[in-house]
Design a protein. Structure first.
Length: 579
């Protein structure tokens, strides 16, 4: 008998179940499961409508790489650019490449909506459906009759969390990451529950899943510890047997992930993706230990305390407590990864997506076990406590949702129109066939710009990434920009204006004319090289155009950051004069 066998016989309907009713019960069970999954996905999709056609700008960087790969140009940001691994999510990029090759992405409209909006959002919802299917498989191991209820409760919980919904439909890889991490957790849960964790199939599958996770997000490497740690908790056949299977899992991970790293080095001459170099990921410190408190505050202290208490109770009392460990371990690894990562400037906790999934599932399973174990009177008490603890969380989620709707993280369409199409128009007005542009936002701009883009942030520019990584060598960065790159246009704004000092460098006045300078804060705006201007009248025309049209574009895009920017994000587009 397995450690979980008592759970299997506590379901009141199973011992006396009549054989003729089994097929009908099974059929209705799967129907209930399907409806639960669909209801969860529908709830997430309904919540996602709050965010309109918003796609975050960073997602469009991967869109550009997917376009280049699908068009046979290789892993480059735009035609003619050098190969730089400016993406850190190759698995997600491959899905986008498939979408483009099949005509579902970067071609025009689908069902009347721009496919660069609809396709990645549908992928996100499809991955959410996959997550909930896996949730159901897990729940069936310990709550055969009511697995549909566990699935529905988990889906509705995820749909209530703005952080989960926002990043699932952002155009980034979060939904795929959640699916893969949930896949790893489900594999470990089911294998431990059935006492099959020490098998080659499970070990190899765990290694492959971890490799895919690491190829979806760089911090996914941390999940390589999930299978070995789980074996430490549940091993029954000796340390060395567990060690051999853990080693087999690590080897299977290494073959797949190591193969990609070898390709990376041969193609880009780096062992790390370029964004990892530019972001200067360092060793953990005290702040790394304290940072997860942000997630507790976001989710609601009362709800976190209550669910943590219920999960701890289940880890001690539940007949399937060893299986529950397989959810707690990757959850804890996800929290550690969140703390260690360089803090993200984007809103709504972009790096927490797998944490919400595993936390919601573990809490729901543990609470269901509590209800099944205690007497009816205490079930009512437990339910009241959980509902009361959830109310402040729901109020907080509503506030976070409204805040994001008003001020979404920088949209791809703002960047694509203002810096892509806008600078295309500058170049056309000045009669420049070949030109380059230095700027910090490379998502939407890389989709729409016909100019050669230089990434001020270093995500898709190896020399600048090295300079930033080298103790923030800003003087070296400025020398590189003004003495080597000599971009035709420069755009600097926000934290970049004061951060790298390019717009404050005296060489800017020496070599560049201002096109548009913002009135507030450090000097920031649009600039053009003096040797690119051959007619002062054209410069005046560009300056007038920028003052009216570009300011209008910014007002529109900042005022409605949830809108799209037309049926396509084709290169070479311009912005018609306004005002």
């Amino acid at each position: 008998m397995t450690a979980s066998a008592p759970t299997a016989v506590t379901e009141p309907d199973l011992p006396g179940e009549a054989a003729p009713e089994a097929p009908r019960r099974l059929r209705y069970g799967w129907l209930a499961a399907a409806l639960a999954v669909l209801a969860g996905v529908a709830a997430v999709a309904w919540h996602a409508t709050r965010y309109g056609h918003w796609i975050v700008d960073d997602a469009a960087i991967t869109f550009s790489y997917a376009r280049s790969v699908a068009d046979g140009l290789g892993p480059v940001l735009q035609p003619g650019a050098p190969p730089v691994e400016g993406f850190s999510n190759p698995t997600w990029m491959i899905l986008l490449v498939v979408g483009k090759l099949t005509g579902l992405f970067d071609h025009g409209t689908l069902f009347g909506l721009p496919d660069y909006v609809l396709f990645p959002k549908l992928l996100g919802l499809a991955c959410t459906a996959g997550v909930l299917v896996l949730v159901h498989f897990v729940a069936r191991q310990v709550f055969h009759r009511h697995a549909w209820a566990i699935t529905l409760a988990t889906g509705l919980t995820l749909a209530a969390i703005p952080s989960y919904v926002i990043w699932v439909v952002s155009g980034l890889e979060n939904s795929l990451l959640a699916l893969l991490v949930m896949g790893l957790a489900a594999l470990l849960f089911i294998s431990v529950h059935r006492e099959r964790a020490l098998t080659p199939k499970v070990a190899i599958s765990a290694g492959v899943l971890v490799a895919l996770i690491a190829l979806t997000r760089p911090e996914g490497l941390i999940y390589a510890g999930a299978y070995p740690i789980v074996l430490l908790f549940v091993r029954r056949e000796g340390f060395w047997r567990s060690f051999r299977f853990a080693l087999l899992s690590v080897v299977s991970f290494g073959v797949l992930f190591g193969g990609y790293v070898l390709w990376r080095y041969s193609e880009f001459h780096r062992l790390l993706a370029n964004p990892s170099v530019a972001k200067k990921q360092g060793l953990p410190d005290l702040e790394s230990v304290l940072r997860p408190r942000e997630l507790v505050e976001y989710a609601g202290v009362a709800a976190v305390v209550v669910l943590a208490a219920v999960v701890i109770w289940a880890l001690v009392k539940a007949p399937w407590r060893q299986s529950l460990v397989t959810l707690v371990v990757p959850f804890a690894l996800g929290v550690i990864a969140y703390g260690v990562l360089v803090p993200d400037w984007m809103a709504q906790f972009r790096f927490a997506t797998p944490i919400w999934v595993l936390g919601a599932l573990a809490g729901t399973l543990a609470f269901a076990e509590l209800l099944r174990t205690v007497r009816i009177r205490w079930r009512a008490v437990a339910t009241v406590v959980v509902v009361a603890a959830a109310i402040p969380s729901l109020v907080g989620f509503t506030q976070h949702d409204e805040e994001f709707v008003k001020h979404p993280t920088i949209p791809a369409c703002l960047v694509g129109e203002r810096f892509g199409r806008g600078f295309n128009t500058y170049a056309d007005m000045l009669g420049l066939q070949q030109a380059s542009l230095l700027l910090p936002d490379l998502g939407g701009s890389s989709m729409t710009s016909r100019l050669d883009l230089v990434d001020m942030a270093g995500l898709v520019n190896a020399p600048i990434a090295d300079l930033i990584h080298d103790d923030d060598n800003m003087p070296g960065l400025r020398d590189y920009v003004f003495d080597q790159v000599k971009p035709t246009f420069i755009h600097s704004w926000g934290p970049w204006a004061a951060g790298n000092g390019i717009s404050l460098d005296p060489r800017l006045d020496r070599d560049y004319y201002p096109i548009l300078v913002y009135p507030e804060g450090p000097r920031q705006g649009d600039f053009v090289r003096k040797d690119a201007v051959h007619d002062p009248a054209k410069l005046k025309a560009v300056q007038r155009y920028a003052e009216t049209t570009m300011m209008s574009v910014e007002a529109q895009r900042f005022g409605d950051g949830l809108a799209d920017c037309g049926p396509t994000l084709a290169r070479g587009g311009t912005v018609l004069p306004r005002g």
